[in-house]
Each structure stands twice: as C-alpha cells, then as structure tokens.
Ligand binder design. Sequence first.
Ligand SMILES: [Fe+2]
Ligand SMILES: [Fe+2]
Length: 359
Amino acid sequence: MKQGIDRRTFLKETGTLAAAMTLPVGLVKIAWGAEREETFTFAYISDAHLTQIEGNRFVRNFDKGLQRAVLEVNFMDPPPDFVVFGGDLAQLGKKEEIDHGLEILKKLTLPVKWVIGEHDYYLDLGKYWEEKVSPLHYSFDHKGVHFVTLASILTDDDWTHNRWPSPEERMRQMARLDNPQGSPFMVKKAQRDWLKEDLSKLSRDHPIVILSHSPLYKVFKPWNFWTDDAEEVQAILKPYKNVAVFHGHVHQILYNQIGRISFNAFMSTAWPWPYPVSYSQVPNRVPDITVFMNRADPFKERDATGWGGIDLAGGRSFAHHYQLWENSPRTLKKSPEGKHPKDTQYQNKEDRIPPQRHY
Ligand SMILES: [Fe+2]
Ligand SMILES: [Fe+2]
C-alpha cells in the first residue's frame, strides 16, 4: 500500500486530462479490507446547492461545479468503485432542484451512494428524497469495509413541526448559515439505536466508514457546524478500532481525530465557507490539528474548490492530499507511529501561509 501520493501521481493515477482545471472532487483510497491486499477507491462529491432561479433557469456557477465534478470522476482511470454524494444537492429542497441534480449526476458512469443534507430535507422532511433518490440511512459492505450512511441533519420535533407557518419558511430558516432561529442538527435516538444494532454484528477491528452530512463532532453551533448528539454517536463508534468519518456541509477542509475515530471534510462544488474563527465574538471548537486551507481569492468563481485525495490503511497510516485552484498542494499525514494526522508542511504556526486580507 502506497503511503501517499503527490499531485502528479494523483493526476497520473486518475488519468484526468482535465486536471489543469479545478477538480471539485475527492477521492478516497482504502487499503483496509479484511483481505489486506484489496485496495479500492471511491470518489466524493458534495454540497452542490443547485439553485432554481425560475423555471428551468438555475444558478450557472453551481451547475458548473457539479458538472465538472462529474466529468472528473468519469475521466478517472482506473475508475473508482463508486461515488458518494455528500448532501446538499438542492438549495431550497425543491423537487425541481433535486430533479436537476439527478439529471446532472445521471451522467456518472458509476453507482452513487447518497447522503442527505439539510437543504435536501427541510422542505418536505426528506419525502421526495426517499421517493426519488435514496433511503435516509442505510449500510452496505464493500470489499471488506462496512459503510454506514446517516441522516445527521435531523432536529427536534417541536422545531420541525410546530414553529413555522409553511414548509417553505422552515426550509428558508434552516438554509441560512448564521440564524438564531435555526436548530442544531441531530442523528436522534431512533437512528442511534439502529446504528448500534447495525454495528453489533461486526468484530471490533472491522474497518468502518461512516458517511454523514454534518461533522459528527462539534465545531461551531451558531453556523450549525455541529451535531448535537455527536458524543452519543461517538460513544457507539468508540469500541471499534478502525473508524473513519467523511462528511460535507462545512464547505472547507477540516480534519479531526477523537480517540481512534478520524473525521474528514471535503470541499463543496459550489462555494467555500469561511472558518468560524473569523467570527471571533463567539468561541469555536475548530480542531487544533486542522491547518486551514488558504484561499487565493474568494471572488474568483472557482476559489476554494479543488481536489482531495485520502489514503486510509487500517488506521496504521493516513494521508489527505488536497489542492485548491491556483494554490499549493497540501498533505496531511499520520505516520504509523503518529497519534494525530499532521499537515506535513504547515502544522507549525510559523510555517503557515498568512491568511489573505479581504476588503
Ligand atoms: Fe452545504
Ligand atoms: Fe449542509
């Protein structure tokens, strides 16, 4: 198992001719199966936020981001085994937006595993998604790895059912980033019980990948970079030795390690969110081990989208390579002896690229 790849190797391996463009797509490589030899990859595309303007007119930039990701994945040679879509296909949960997204993603030549985001959910509480796209939570096995997909964006019944004059208003409230009327996300008890039951058939060293939309730890409550019952979910995962969580929602590179569980966020195909440290009035819990991605210019159309590649190998090694558009490559790596993954070049504060100023 190769411990890491640089950009050139990544491009060579994926065979993407279009690599000079931005690649709003992640690729996860797993050498982790019960049969240790069997390495496989899956691609990860997230947070498309397709936005209907009127009729069949949609926000062009967001369409382009998703279309490019689809192209990149289709160009990969050898192809990944499947694609994970990490949630927030729609902006306001409309059928037209979900249908438009399905139309674009239909061009993928590979099977897709779906994770629901809050933007897909709060208009009709997941009804259309379940009908047309996927169940809200489920598990599957692939080459010796157990995958579990969770709907991590649920919230309490009172907020969901009793507060809002219409489903559209509920959706608009949950679609805002910084909204005191919003409500923290939760996995909730029924799904936690299901998760516990689902994992109970596995041995403690069985490789497990959890796919959620929001981070299954707490970063910043005012922006809902937060899952309120994260500790309960972590307690269910804790007995297992090889657990990696992949999520979207935060639209930025973010990584964390809690006990033996690693957490990895991918970028969005639509836009980057700032790191919550920029909102200094409220304390945040951005993990110390995360080295922030730098941004060339947020006013450029494709800024802070890019490619990412993650290697996992049985918890013994771990590397996350990513590169933003017109930006330097980064690698986050955990050595076999290392306790935490570290940015190989920028973990020390004095080595970091200072954040750009924007006016
Ligand atoms: Fe999103
Ligand atoms: Fe989201």
